[in-house]
Write a protein that binds this ligand. Structure first.
Ligand SMILES: Nc1ncnc2c1ncn2[C@@H]1O[C@H](COP(=O)(O)OP(=O)(O)OP(=O)(O)O)[C@@H](O)[C@H]1O
Length: 614
């Protein structure tokens, strides 16, 4: 199956909330953190020191109550109070530093992960993006990676330091009074039992909220993208979208409310249980004080320690749920890292040097899905400098055919060669350097006109850019824009007209100056003036290059050196216009239904506009 990787095929990529330890190789997670292990050790040590410092104040209070006060020792009192001020200060300062180090490590790991995922996504062939949802890719690269932040704070720091704090506190409790300590260690887990239940509920709610929020962003992206906004208005779907959105919106609100309410209840239970524990300690401990077997200072210290234990114990109880979530995130990220590109350089692939431009398809078949052939046994050649027009009904396999020459896909059977070399034997970079694609949808990035042009040739000078634009009959239009070549083209180039966008993408191809040109002529009808400009620009572009063109224009098929007629994935006929017309086959039928009509329409429009201008 295409796209199979160690993490499975891209079709298997799923949204998972939780994962088990056995599902995720820990060594791989460790690998991500390895280069930060020095910093991590420092973080854990700092957290331990901070935690231990935090444990001292109750002992100081015991000293004040049991010794300084009864003995009237003012100096001792001053020293102890000083300690009560300084200790939290020291632990606070350590906390700031440690938190900064935490974030540094987490951000470093996140940066490395994003970089590695981005690089792997860039290597993927087109098929990957046809199947994956853009929103999901963005979610993994931003949202999921963000979740890694929790790993450092939750797992590394919490697990180690909280365990240390709990162990030390329990040790101190036993040293203070072993009977009371046994009582405390028995009642504490009872009080904390609801914590697990509540956090499991909160976790579920949080995952659900994130999912609904994700849906909301995806919907908003579609609805308010220029194409979506246009479609909505044309089909007058505003009220329906309003309704759908308000449902989602309501759901987000309800979920957030429930999440908050569960949180509040939880806070309340802890708020009540905490003092209840303290009350029990005072009851039992107070009894012992009255009987003279325990000091007042010890009870105060004891109660303080007990209060300090709730947080860390709750965190430790939650650790399994947290660990599951974190592992789930890593699992999803590793899946993306593991998708093996379908198309990549073969071992020992050599660069394709300057070519003459002879293209041959030798017995090429291609199936998107096993057994379902979009192309079957296609054989033809395109001579250097000639124009080969590909025509055929919708779904005949024309786009698939031209995609193979740039190795957007590799043939299931057969081979495509350039100047006699199998294109799978040369490096992808050098292959694609030899060709330019002008597609139906002239995609432009949300950037300036200049940057969009430089995409084809980053080192091009202003003169080269302008020359290419002159040849594409677009220079005048650009010069008349408010900031000329520095004007932003708007989302997907929607500031420019369809014809202008096409000419800009033609200028981009001219700038690249390739030997091989792949064209997918737009089916949309431009007005005759625009059409004439686009045609003139295309003629300029095709001159002297080997051109494969999915033809929709009459002029293209009339002047083509060869016409390849496709039908249901096979070549039905090849030849030139006159010969094919005479043969009275599929081409003649297509010509009568599509091309002759398109030509007549264009001619009529041309005549009308000339009459009007007179
Ligand atoms: N990504 C894909 N996955 C599965 N099948 C596909 C995919 N892309 C195209 N196909 C199928 O392959 C066949 C050929 O499609 P192709 O786009 O090459 O036709 P076409 O001649 O360019 O059509 P049109 O003129 O309508 O653009 C069609 O049956 C189509 O449904």
């Amino acid at each position: 199956m295409r796209g199979m990787g160690a993490g499975g095929s891209r079709h298997d990529l799923q949204e998972r909330g939780q994962a088990e330890l056995k599902d995720v190789p820990l060594s791989r997670i460790y690998g991500l953190f390895r280069k930060y292990r020095g910093q991590l050790t420092a973080i854990v040590l700092l957290a331990l020191v901070g935690g231990v410092i935090g444990l001292i104040p109750p002992l100081v209070m015991r000293e004040i109550i049991d010794h300084a006060l009864p003995e009237g020792n003012k100096t001792g009192l001053l020293v102890m109070v000083g300690l009560l001020v300084l200790l939290p200060l020291a632990s606070g300062l350590l906390g700031v530093w440690q938190n900064h180090q935490n974030t540094k490590v987490a951000q470093g790991v996140m940066r490395d992960l994003r970089q590695s995922l981005f690089a792997n996504l860039q290597r993927q062939s087109l098929g990957f993006f046809t199947d994956a949802k853009a929103g999901e890719i963005i979610q993994r690269l931003t949202g999921d990676v963000q979740a890694v932040q929790n790993v450092v704070s939750t797992l590394v720091v919490s697990a180690v330091t909280q365990s240390a704090i709990v162990l030390t506190s329990v040790g101190i409790l036993f040293a203070l009074d072993w009977q009371l300590a046994i009582l405390a260690t028995v009642i504490l887990p009872l009080f904390l039992l609801p914590v697990r239940q509540v956090s499991a509920i909160r976790k579920r709610l949080r995952i659900e909220t994130q999912r609904v929020r994700g849906d909301m962003s995806a919907r908003l992206g579609e609805i308010f993208g220029v194409s979506g906004a246009l479609l909505t208005r044309i089909f007058q779907q505003e009220p329906q979208q309003q309704r759908q959105f308000s449902e989602l919106n309501e759901r987000v609100m309800q979920l957030e409310l429930r999440l908050n309410l569960v949180g509040r209840w939880f806070g309340m239970v802890i708020g009540v249980l905490g003092p209840l524990g303290t009350a029990l300690i005072y009851l039992y401990g107070g009894w012992k004080v009255i009987e003279g077997t325990m000091t007042i200072g010890s009870i105060v210290a004891f109660a303080a320690y007990l209060g300090m234990l709730y947080g860390p114990v709750a965190t430790l109880l939650n650790l399994r749920v947290e660990l599951g979530t974190v592992l789930g995130v890593f699992q999803r990220l590793f899946e993306y890292e593991d998708v093996v590109p379908e198309i990549s350089d073969r071992e020992g692939a050599e660069p394709l040097r300057e070519v003459e431009g002879r293209i041959e398809y030798c017995g090429v078949s291609y199936a998107y899905q096993p057994g379902q052939y979009a192309l079957q046994d296609v054989t033809f050649s395109a001579n250097p400098g000639e124009v080969t027009a590909i025509v055929g009904p919708s779904g005949a396999g024309k786009s698939t055919l031209i995609g193979l020459i740039a190795r957007l896909y590799d043939p299931t059977e057969g081979a495509v060669t350039i100047d006699g070399r199998d294109i799978r034997d040369v490096t992808l970079h050098s292959l694609r350097k030899q060709m330019a694609f002008v597609t139906q949808e002239s995609f432009l990035f949300h950037d300036t006109v200049r940057q969009n042009l430089l995409f084809a040739k980053p080192e091009a000078s202003q003169e080269e850019i302008e020359e290419a634009c002159r040849q594409a009959y677009i220079h005048e239009v650009i010069s008349a824009l408010p900031q000329g070549y520095d004007t932003m083209v708007g989302e997907r180039g929607h500031r420019l007209s369809g014809g202008e966008r096409q000419r800009l993408s033609i200028a981009r191809a001219i700038l690249k100056d390739p030997r091989i040109l792949i064209l997918d002529e737009a089916t949309s009808h431009l007005d005759s003036a625009s059409e004439a400009f686009v045609q003139a620009a295309l003629d300029e572009l095709m001159r002297g290059r080997t051109t494969l063109v999915i033809a929709h224009r009459l002029s293209t098929i009339l002047t083509a050196d060869r016409i390849v007629v496709m039908e249901a994935g096979r070549i039905a006929e090849t030849g030139r216009h006159a010969g094919l017309l005479a043969a009275d086959g599929l081409y003649a039928k297509l010509y009568r239904t599509q091309f002759a009509k398109a030509g007549a329409d264009a001619e009529a429009e041309m005549r009308a506009s000339t009459a009007k201008s007179r």
